[in-house]
Design a protein around this ligand. Structure first.
Ligand code: ADP
Ligand code: MG
Length: 467
């Protein structure tokens, strides 16, 4: 069959059909590694097929880049086979307003459960907090995947491969915010759907009460009626066996009938100790998306946004100073903003560099004072199984240099030693070498080097748990 024949026979074919064929080919070619396929291609929607051009709608720039980098060759090959040599792939990256068209400032959004006409649909409180939206959730490298996936899930609950959507990260990193934002946005797009947000304590409480009042039947009926179930901080189900059994049952029931499940936790599924393995393995069925500590650019953006919301003007240099010196948690950044506001509104002080320095040093979370370079060196040494002296030594072996970069980076981040002192500690290196290590690691974080980010996060966990 000639090419023209193919083109003709395909003329009536829809974008969906062509896309389905591409997915088959990719799945066939990538066989044993379906996770990224589900993650990234699951979020893409074929929206048109015209003159041999297939257009995919993707949730964000990040999805576009990932698909383009990893799958486009195969997709285009398949398209050409199906549609002829001129076939092409194009993308439509959703704009912020398409992705999260919440124009109203969040305070003006009426609480969802009291919207007229919705009462019949949502027979019980959703527990959604309207103050947490996508609009006021700043996007950055540290949260891009979780945010994009959250938007997709709210747009097409139960219809994407992200089921469950499992969001994990340390405390203060935005899990609860994102969980509510998904619910609020879904509520806006799908007013007919029943949404329920519960913390795992809330879930436990309702269940225990149902048992006590002999109303387990009602409890089950309620939970089974939910279209989008959001469970926050699932790690707290630990050690509660009968509650876990009940949760397991509900999870399966909802998942099987195509309802959307969103879960947050302080660790990825495979590290959730104390939860039954049959439960945690199900968490990994969909997408597990991390929330990392915010990188510098994101910290800056969050600060700028929060101060702007409060109507406070602040010199750029001061803003940068704060973003440079307050890391780790978004919650810490908020703490600084609140203190600055207090100083300006109550004491009528100008926001100056001096004031910022004062607030930042007063604020500096206790934990950052508690670690020493020695502890960092020991943690890195244990983690990578490299002797501390080798880390401090001259070795240029790849693993050693990598571990050393991380140790230097953490030392710079969590201790107050100057570059020069750190250089001396790390085997008499000069300050520019130390700076280079810090910059290299930061760059990797900005590039979303996930493996490295995981290492940093693991090490931070070790350091601050034992400190
Ligand atoms: P977690 O549930 O992970 O402990 P939260 O969702 O409670 O964290 O977030 C802590 C605070 O930081 C909240 O006030 C939240 O609004 C804010 N926050 C977190 N991430 C962001 C972000 N990307 N943009 C704006 N605010 C954020
Ligand atoms: Mg929380």
């Amino acid at each position: 069959m000639g090419l023209s024949g193919q083109v003709k026979s395909i003329a009536a074919v829809s974008a969906e059909e062509v896309w389905a064929r591409c997915m088959e080919v990719i799945q066939h070619n990538m066989g044993n590694n379906p996770a990224p396929i589900r993650t990234f291609l699951g979020a893409a929607q074929p929206i048109s097929l015209k003159d041999g051009v297939l257009t995919l709608r993707v949730p964000s720039q990040f999805f576009y880049e990932y698909i383009e980098q990893h799958f486009s060759t195969l997709i285009v090959k398949t398209l050409r086979r199906l549609l002829g040599p001129k076939a092409r792939l194009e993308y439509h990256v959703m704009t912020a307003s398409e992705a999260a068209p919440m124009r109203l400032p969040s305070q003006e959004l009426p609480p969802p459960t009291v919207l007229p006409g919705l009462r019949g649909v949502q027979p019980f409180p959703s527990h959604l907090n309207p103050k947490y939206t996508f609009e006021n959730f700043i996007e950055g490298e540290c949260n891009r995947l979780a945010r994009s996936a959250g938007i997709s899930v709210a747009q097409r609950p139960g219809q994407t491969a992200f089921n469950p959507l499992f969001i994990y990260g340390e405390v203060g990193q935005g899990k609860t915010h994102l969980a509510h934002a998904i619910g609020n946005y879904a509520r806006l797009l799908h007013p007919e759907k029943v949404i329920l947000y519960l913390t795992s304590e809330g879930f436990t409480q309702e269940y225990v009460e149902a048992v006590r009042n002999k109303k387990v039947g009602d409890f089950l009926q309620k939970l089974h009626s939910v279209d989008i179930l959001i469970i926050d901080d699932v790690q707290f189900l630990v050690g509660r066996e009968s509650t876990q059994d009940m949760f397991f049952h509900i999870f399966n029931q909802l998942h099987q009938s195509g309802r959307q499940i969103v879960i947050t936790a302080d660790a990825p599924p495979q590290e959730l100790r104390g939860l039954e393995e049959r439960v945690t393995s199900r968490f990994a069925w969909g997408l597990s998306a991390p929330l990392y500590p915010p990188d510098y650019e994101t910290r800056l953006a969050i600060l700028r946004f929060k101060l702007q919301q409060e109507g406070v003007e602040i010199p750029e240099e001061v803003l940068r100073y704060i973003a440079e010196n307050v890391h780790s948690h978004v919650r810490d950044l908020e703490g600084v903003v609140i203190q600055l506001l207090a100083e300006t509104s109550i004491r009528r002080r100008e926001i100056s560099m001096t004031l910022a320095q004062e607030v930042v040093s007063r604020f500096k979370p206790l934990r950052t004072r508690a670690v020493t370079v020695e502890q960092i060196l020991r943690a890195v040494s244990n983690y990578f199984r490299i002797h501390p002296e080798e880390l401090r030594g001259k070795s240029r072996k790849k693993e050693v240099a990598y571990a050393r970069h991380l140790a230097v980076f953490l030392a710079r981040r969590y201790t107050r030693h100057a570059l020069k002192a750190l250089g001396e500690y790390f085997g008499g290196r000069d300050h520019s070498t130390i700076l280079h290590s810090c910059q290299w690691v930061q760059e990797q974080i900005n590039l979303s080097n996930r493996e490295l980010m995981q290492h940093v996060q693991d090490l931070e966990r070790v350091l601050f748990r034992s400190a």
